[in-house]
Design a protein around this ligand. Sequence first.
Ligand code: DGY
Length: 327
Amino acid sequence: MPSQQYMGERRIVALRRLDEAQLERLRQVAVVDAFDDLTDDNRGAFMASLSRAHGLVGGKLELDEAMLEQAPLLEAVSTISVGYDHLPLAAMNERGILLCNTPDVLTETTADTAFALIMATQRRLVELSVMVREGRWQAHIDRPHFGTDVYGKTLGIVGAGRIGAAIARRGALGFNMPILYTANSPKPELETELGAQYCDLEELLGRADIVCLVVPWNADTHHLIDAEALARMQPHAALINVARGKVVDEPALIDALERGVIRAAGLDVFTEEPVSAYSPLVTMDNVVVLPHIGSATHETRDAMAQRAVDNIIGALAGDGPVSAVNE
Ligand code: DGY
């Protein structure tokens, strides 16, 4: 925990997901305005608080350039997430506002979510469970309901950062999976530890049985997986996305799943969230969908909140944040 000093009349706005213990930590160092949510009804009050605030901390932060204009004192923003694609980083850089995030503490949990999607798509767990619940299990299970092995299949990790490496470890050590990966540069430690093989996206898509997306969303990764990329995948392959919805061209994915260009998809993230219940991605049997729960466990969300509060206290009153994007 960072060392801290009293900040006098400094003010912090807290938005969403902070429990009383974390709010109390903030109150030790600043005047705190806490908002459980941001709605049309309280937006005026929220903006009034933000206009006086030195720090903003919370989950699902909504902040754009117009809001920054009205927050002249803001020095630091601390998001309860590792991703920060929802925040206006360039505008924050221009204003010298520090952006803090929560890497590390969610790595293993998000890797678990990816692996849950891998298991569910390969073994058709959701589709077959729904069949049982709906009373449609009427005979011995035969070929039409068989799944596909996980053990020994080739796992392609698109974006071998912390989470990608944790997924690769599960695959290689737990399921004897050969690992292919893309990254900004080769990762010798992954190659030594897991025998992982660095390759370009084209090769990975062509060779992997399961392709797992773990890249951040930005201009370079927008629709990285489009119709052309999907066509490079093997017809029996599955696509897993625990990154961001916009890394995938969703209409192209729907088309590929409908036409059997690929076999299945496991998705925790969507272009629009919450995804519409009428989206073909939600209604197709060969797609497993989750409501963006990558890091959503009690332990991990508590650790993320703790880290975000450490960050804002460290940024405004201590020795600096534990993790910042633009320090
Ligand atoms: C993250 O931390 O970025 C996860 O996707 C949860 O939003």
